[in-house]
Design a protein around this ligand. Structure first.
Ligand code: NAP
Ligand code: MG
Length: 482
């Protein structure tokens, strides 16, 4: 059995702590690996290593930084099958999704490698003669990246790749329950030749090492993805200390189905968005708002699709949905199913743990109806395979319900009416709008992020990633007048 360590200043470093299990959520009695958790002193050492490496990395020519990312991308792509299997074992997602996620992480590294050659500033006309005005982008310094378990390789990739390519050094704290996938990503960068200290990995609990990573004076910026309470907590501590903060947080994403939609396609698409990866996507659909004239037809199709989605061993090629990622996740989802019943929900399908699959954290895809828009199940992020159906009289009421949430990450509309599609693009109070598509699944070269309690700070991904990971310097040069 392998034991996983932190990576600090170019060395894999163990702690004195007794090793903790990295649990397989499909078979919780099995450990995938053991982990030595870092303590706050190790987190401090990681920040110091990143600070020491920064001056040289910042001066390394951008094309060289890009070339290094490109080499790491090749290694990730070569290792995608192995990494995908390890990721699936510790996280529970279906192995084909984990392999695809690893390949996507490789593409993200490639994409940001390309940005190393993009323009990094602008020139401006001056009001003074013989004067050259320009603005250039400079790296920030040490960036702390804090990431969740549900996309344990792509989310880190889309933070770490732009941070590095634009000249920052990084201290990364992955989620406690996906350390093996994290080690794979770091190894790819190490094997590609990343200099010591440029990327540091701190394997430790957020509650133990989080304070150092978000409050250490050498940390200039924090890029976080995770739950809203943890993100807001980091923001509350780090912003008064003058740190730049980028937060991607929770969602309660609606799909709106109008009566003119292609109902079969809508049901298939909504089921994928709500139930694949056991609903553990920040962009997963959890509220399904259906125009009354199409309600019966759509809801019966959705229930039918949900019933046929096979839940089981993530390594079985027929499985569509694996287990929830942890005992905590299972407890939370089971608690919300109880709350839903107490709130008067009718369970159209699912609603329970699948005990016949052993002690894994398997829950059936669940469709609930009969809930009030004010119920907790409709308002709070569950982060599990649970979708609530809500009828609406017409487009206007559907939009009002869709926007009636503290979150604002993603929303989708199903219709054949082009006019409504464009209206929804404007009316939806979310950072992402999809029409006849899943609320999930985003492309790597387009800005990603939400509004309200779903996000804060500059957008991730695409060309906009540079906004967070650099700051502008404006230069005025007066030369001899010719
Ligand atoms: P989480 O509990 O908020 O944890 C996220 C990360 O923060 C983990 O690495 C965690 O470490 C760390 N952390 C916890 N307490 C901390 C502290 N006091 N200081 C610093 N770091 C701390 O979220 P999760 O359960 O991993 O992930 C699920 C959540 O992520 C959902 O709410 C989901 O919507 C959200 N999410 C959002 C997006 C998006 O792009 N908007 C994408 C994916 C997921 P530990 O693991 O050690 O606790
Ligand atoms: Mg957690």
């Amino acid at each position: 059995m392998i034991t996983l360590d932190s990576y600090i200043g170019g060395r894999w470093q163990s702690s004195d702590a007794s090793p903790v299990w990295d649990v397989n959520p499909a078979r919780p009695s099995e450990a995938v690996a053991y982990v030595h958790h870092a303590d706050p002193a190790m987190a401090t050492a990681a920040v110091e290593a990143a600070a020491a490496a920064f001056p040289v990395w910042a001066k390394t020519l951008a094309p060289e930084r890009g070339a290094l990312l490109r080499r790491a991308a090749h290694l990730l792509a070569e290792r995608a099958e192995e990494i995908g299997r390890d990721c699936s074992s510790e996280e529970g997602k279906v192995v084909s999704e984990a392999v695809a996620e690893t390949r996507k992480a490789a593409s993200i590294l490639q994409y940001f490698a390309g940005q190393a050659l993009d323009p990094d500033g602008e020139t401006y006309p001056s009001s003074s003669p013989g004067t050259f005005l320009f603005s250039r982008r400079e790296p920030l310094g040490v960036v702390a990246a804090v990431t969740p378990w549900n996309f344990p390789i792509v989310i880190p990739a889309w933070k770490i790749a732009p941070a590095l390519v634009f000249g920052n050094t990084v201290v990364w704290k992955p989620a406690e329950i996906t350390p093996l996938t994290a080690v794979h990503l770091v190894r790819a960068l190490e094997d590609a030749g990343l200099p010591a200290g440029v990327l540091n990995l701190v394997l430790g609990r957020g509650s133990v090492v989080g304070k150092v990573l978000t409050e250490h004076p050498s940390v200039r910026a924090i890029t976080f993805t995770g739950s809203t309470p943890v993100g807001r907590g980091i923001e509350a501590r780090a912003v008064p200390l003058g740190k730049k903060v980028q937060l991607e947080m929770g969602g309660k994403n609606p799909a709106v189905i109008l009566a003119d939609a292609d109902m079969e396609r809508a049901a298939q698409t909504v089921a994928r968005a709500a139930f694949l990866h056991a609903g553990q996507k920040c962009t997963a659909t959890s509220r399904v708002i259906v125009e009354r004239a199409g309600y019966d037809e759509f809801s019966s199709r959705l229930v039918e699709v949900a019933r046929t989605m096979r839940v089981g061993d993530p390594f079985d090629e027929h499985t569509r949905i694996g287990p929830l990622a942890s005992q905590d996740q299972l407890d939370t989802v089971m608690e919300y199913l109880k709350i839903g019943r107490a709130e008067g929900a009718f369970t159209e399908t699912g609603g329970s743990r699948l005990d016949d699959l052993g002690d894994g954290y398997f829950v059936a895809p669940t469709v609930l109806s009969g809930l009030d828009a004010s119920s907790r199940v409709v308002r709070e992020e569950i982060f599990g395979p649970v979708a609530a159906l809500l009828p609406a009289a017409n487009y206007e009421e559907a939009v009002r319900l869709a926007n009636d949430t503290v979150f604002g990450l993603s929303a989708s509309l199903f219709t054949r009416d082009l006019d409504k599609a464009f209206r929804f693009a404007a009316d939806s109070a979310t950072g992402l709008v999809k029409v006849n598509q899943e609320t999930t699944n985003t492309e790597i070269h387009i800005p990603f992020g939400g509004v309200k309690d779903s996000s804060s700070g500059a957008r991730e991904q695409g060309k906009t990633a540079r906004d967070f990971f650099t700051e502008r310097k404006t230069v005025y040069i007066t030369h001899s007048r010719s």
